[in-house]
Design a protein around this ligand. Structure first.
Ligand SMILES: Nc1ncnc2c1ncn2[C@@H]1O[C@H](COP(=O)(O)OP(=O)(O)OP(=O)(O)O)[C@@H](O)[C@H]1O
Length: 309
């Protein structure tokens, strides 16, 4: 990417007591991208975010936001950050507009035009004069997003952003995030232990475990055709042992098997040939089910089978 990074973490380590919580963590985040920060509970996501926003000092290493060292010039660095924690803090008895006005007064340089702009960005024009207590959870999340955007941050940090939203709400929030990242050229960091949430929302995912970056995944969008993707295919067959010996001959990697079925990773184009071979060897096939490899499968591969939560 040719753009300058918004955030640079350079070999960040955090030791508390005699425990290394974050271990030489390095990554860069760029404008306009929505990045997932994924890891099981206790992996070190919150600690990392606390260091990025200057609430905790690293034991070693450097964090730069827009090139400014968070430790050396906290106020200037933090002026580029907007954050929404789990539930945005809103005054329910006040209107959406009054909430935004209240926050705008606490920050320098937020004009009324900017307030109107963020309201439009999150699609709350028609409801902004009504009390927050009348808002749905999704609308509250969007108002929280508007509030975090008021001072034109370059980095937006969202911690478990869709907590409590239903699938339709998650989809809607994702579309707003995507649009905000594009229109405001802001980098959005989404911290979550939910693979489904991250997979839906993010362009790229950083996977953290025990304070270390253990994987990075660029989530491919439309450019990857379904045919080209590796798929996980489950076969229900009889006898399974015979089928497995055929797989072994063809050097197909077996992911899982039980007494009635097995699961393999295979390219779509190779499925018909395998079916023919199984039938030719007198293996009865009761069902063949395909699913595209999900981030969860990747995560399990990378972490060696330790699932999140
Ligand atoms: N102040 C502290 N003192 C001692 N240990 C701590 C402290 N803060 C965090 N830890 C430990 O550091 C590890 C990382 O915690 P952290 O909260 O960053 O994980 P997380 O990935 O955000 O998990 P979660 O999804 O549960 O919030 C955990 O093992 C936690 O117990």
């Amino acid at each position: 990417m040719s753009k300058q990074p918004v955030v640079q973490l350079d070999h960040i380590t955090k030791v508390i007591g005699n425990k290394t919580i974050i271990d030489q963590l390095s990554f860069e985040l760029f404008p306009g991208e929505v990045v997932g920060f994924l890891g099981p509970n206790g992996a070190g996501k919150t600690t990392t975010i606390r260091m990025i926003v200057g609430l905790m000092a690293p034991t070693a290493g450097e964090i730069l936001i827009q090139g400014i060292d968070v430790q050396q010039d906290f106020e200037k660095a933090i002026s580029h950050v907007g954050a929404i924690v789990e539930n945005p803090e809103l005054y329910k008895y006040m209107s959406g507009y009054k909430n935004l006005l209240h926050y705008a007064r606490m920050v320098d340089g937020v004009t009324e035009e900017r307030i109107d702009e963020v309201i439009e960005l999150v699609g709350l024009q028609n409801r902004i004069e009504q009390k927050v207590s009348t808002y749905s959870l999704g609308m509250r999340q969007r108002l929280g997003l508007a509030q975090a955007l008021l001072h034109r941050p370059s980095l937006l940090i969202l911690d478990e952003p869709t907590n409590g939203l239903d699938p339709a709400g998650i989809r809607e929030f994702r579309d707003y995030l995507r649009m905000v990242a594009d229109k405001e050229d802001v980098c959005v960091l989404v911290s979550s232990h939910l693979l489904s949430e991250i997979e839906l929302m993010c362009d790229r995912t950083l996977i953290i475990q025990s304070g270390k970056l253990i994987g990075e995944k660029q989530i491919q969008k439309e450019e990857v055709t379904a045919e080209a993707k590796k798929q996980i295919v489950q076969f229900q067959v009889n006898p399974v042992e015979k089928a497995i010996s055929i797989l072994q001959l063809q050097k197909i990697v077996l992911l899982y098997s039980n007494q009635t079925s097995f699961e393999i990773e295979i390219e779509r184009d190779n499925v018909p040939k395998l079916v023919k071979n199984l039938v030719a060897e007198d293996v009865s096939i009761f069902a063949v089910e395909t699913r595209v490899k999900s981030l969860e499968d990747e995560f399990l591969e990378i972490t060696g089978g330790k699932s999140v939560d």
